[in-house]
Design a protein around this ligand. Structure first.
Ligand SMILES: *Cc1c(COP(=O)(O)O)cnc(C)c1O
Length: 384
C-alpha cells in the first residue's frame, strides 16, 4: 500500500486475507485437527497439527501484531494463559514487580502457582515511582508488570517512565493492555517490551469468546519461549474462539470510541450526582492520573467506577439497574455493572500479600455501545 493505513483500516484488513482455496472474503474456520502430508512426507502448507498451528489462529496473531505494532504474537486460550506464559518464560528464581491492584487473577497466579516454583514477587503502587525504583533494585528482577488503567480503581501508571526504569536493571516491561486496547494506548511506542490482552474483553467485544494474546515488540529468544509454551502446553486459542475474536476486532475502533464517549458522559453525570461519593474515571479532570492519561491514552476508555456510600447501597443500586446487567467481566457491547465487594471472592484470592483496596461500596461499570441517554436514565432511576 502507498499509504500507511490507519488503525481502523488495520482492524478490518489485518489478518483477513482472501481465503486461499475459495477467494471467500470472510475467513473460514478450520476445525480440522490434522493436515495431510505430501507423498514425500512434507506439508504443502505451513500447517500440520491443531495444537501447533491453525490458519485462523495465525490470522489473529498477524492482526494483533499489526494493531499493537509488534513483530510476533501468540494467541492463547485466555488472558490468564497469556499472563502465565510470560511468567513461565522467566528464568527460575526470577523476581517480578507487579501492581498491588493487578487484575486479581494475575496476583493469584503469582502468589500460588508461581510462588511454588520460587518466582518471587513484590507488589507496589505503580503510580508511585519511588516504590517501583525500590522494588526493581531487588536482585534478579527480570520483569515489571504493568496494568493501566488498573482494575477497578482506574489508576494510571506511567508506561514510559516505568519501562525505562525496568530497562536500567535489565528487566522486561510488560503491559497488560486489556482495558485500554491498542486503540487508546500504544505501549510499544512508550517503551514496553511485551503487551498482553484478555481477548475475552474488548478484542472479542461481544461476550461470546475466550482468548488471550502475548504480543512481543521484537521476535527474540524470549518470544520463542512463549511460542514453545503455547505449543508445548497446548494453550493455543481454540479455532472458533480465534475466529470470533478476529471478527470482533473489525469493529474494535468503533466500539471503543462509542464506549469511551458514553463513559465520559456517564462519569460527568455521576460526579454531579448527590448520592455518589466518588467517581474514578481517567477522563475526569479531578482524577489524580488525568494529566498522565491525557498524555498516554487517546481518550478515557469505557470503564467507570464509583462509590455510593455503603455496601448495602451498592447492592441496591446494582439490583435496580435495568439496562446494565449485574455480572462480572467487561469490554462487551452490553453494559455491565460489577459490585466491588464481590470482586475478590470471585477469584478465591488470598489477599494476605496483595493489598487489594477495593472499597465495599464500589460499583464498576463496563459501558457498552447502547445510547448514552438510556444508560444515564438507568443510572438515574437506580440511584433515586
Ligand atoms: C479479564 C482480565 C484478565 C484475564 O483474562 P481471562 O481471559 O479472564 O483469563 C487479565 N487482565 C485483565 C486486565 C483483565 O481484565
Amino acid at each position: 500500500m502507498q499509504i500507511k493505513p490507519g488503525i481502523e483500516t488495520l482492524a478490518v484488513h489485518a489478518g483477513h486475507p482472501l481465503d486461499p482455496g475459495t477467494d471467500a472474503v470472510t475467513p473460514a474456520i478450520h476445525l480440522s485437527t490434522t493436515f495431510a502430508r505430501q507423498s514425500d512426507g512434507s506439508y504443502q502448507h505451513p500447517y500440520d497439527y491443531i495444537r501447533c498451528t491453525n490458519p485462523g489462529r495465525d490470522n489473529l496473531e498477524k492482526c494483533l501484531c499489526e494493531l499493537e505494532g509488534g513483530e510476533a504474537a501468540a494467541a492463547v486460550a485466555s488472558g490468564s494463559a497469556a499472563t502465565a506464559s510470560v511468567f513461565l518464560a522467566l528464568e527460575p528464581g526470577a523476581h517480578v514487580v507487579a501492581p498491588r491492584d493487578a487484575y486479581c487473577g494475575t496476583g493469584l497466579l503469582l502468589n500460588t502457582v508461581f510462588a511454588r516454583w520460587h518466582l518471587k514477587s513484590t507488589f507496589v503502587d505503580m503510580t508511585d515511582l519511588n516504590q517501583v525504583e525500590k522494588a526493581i533494585s531487588i536482585p534478579n528482577t527480570q520483569l515489571v508488570w504493568l496494568e493501566t488503567p488498573s482494575n477497578p480503581l482506574l489508576k494510571i501508571s506511567d508506561i514510559a517512565a516505568i519501562a525505562q526504569m525496568a530497562h536500567q536493571v535489565g528487566a522486561r516491561c510488560v503491559c497488560d493492555n486489556t482495558w485500554a486496547t491498542p486503540i487508546l494506548q500504544r505501549p510499544f511506542e512508550l517503551g514496553a517490551d511485551l503487551v498482553t490482552h484478555s481477548s475475552t474483553k474488548y478484542l472479542g467485544g461481544h461476550g461470546d469468546a475466550m482468548g488471550g494474546v502475548v504480543v512481543s515488540k521484537v521476535k527474540d529468544e524470549f518470544f520463542e519461549r512463549i511460542r514453545q509454551i503455547q505449543v508445548g502446553m497446548g494453550i493455543g486459542n481454540a479455532p472458533f474462539d480465534a475466529w470470533l475474536i478476529l471478527r470482533g476486532i473489525q469493529t474494535l475502533p468503533l466500539r471503543i470510541k462509542a464506549s469511551s464517549e458514553a463513559a465520559s458522559d456517564i462519569a460527568q453525570f455521576l460526579s454531579n450526582h448527590p448520592k455518589v461519593k466518588r467517581v474514578y474515571y481517567p477522563g475526569l479532570a479531578e482524577h489524580p492520573g488525568a494529566e498522565l492519561a491525557a498524555r498516554q491514552m487517546l481518550y478515557g476508555g469505557g470503564m467507570v467506577s464509583f462509590q455510593v456510600g455503603s455496601r448495602e447501597e451498592a447492592f441496591q443500586v446494582a439490583g435496580k439497574l435495568q439496562v446494565f446487567t449485574s455480572a462480572t467481566s467487561l469490554g462487551g457491547v452490553k453494559s455491565l455493572v460489577e459490585i466491588g465487594a464481590l470482586m475478590e471472592s470471585m477469584h478465591n484470592l488470598d489477599t494476605s500479600s496483595v493489598e487489594t483496596v477495593i472499597p465495599d461500596d464500589l460499583l464498576r461499570l463496563s459501558v457498552g455501545i447502547e445510547d448514552v441517554k438510556t444508560l444515564i436514565w438507568d443510572l438515574e432511576q437506580a440511584l433515586s
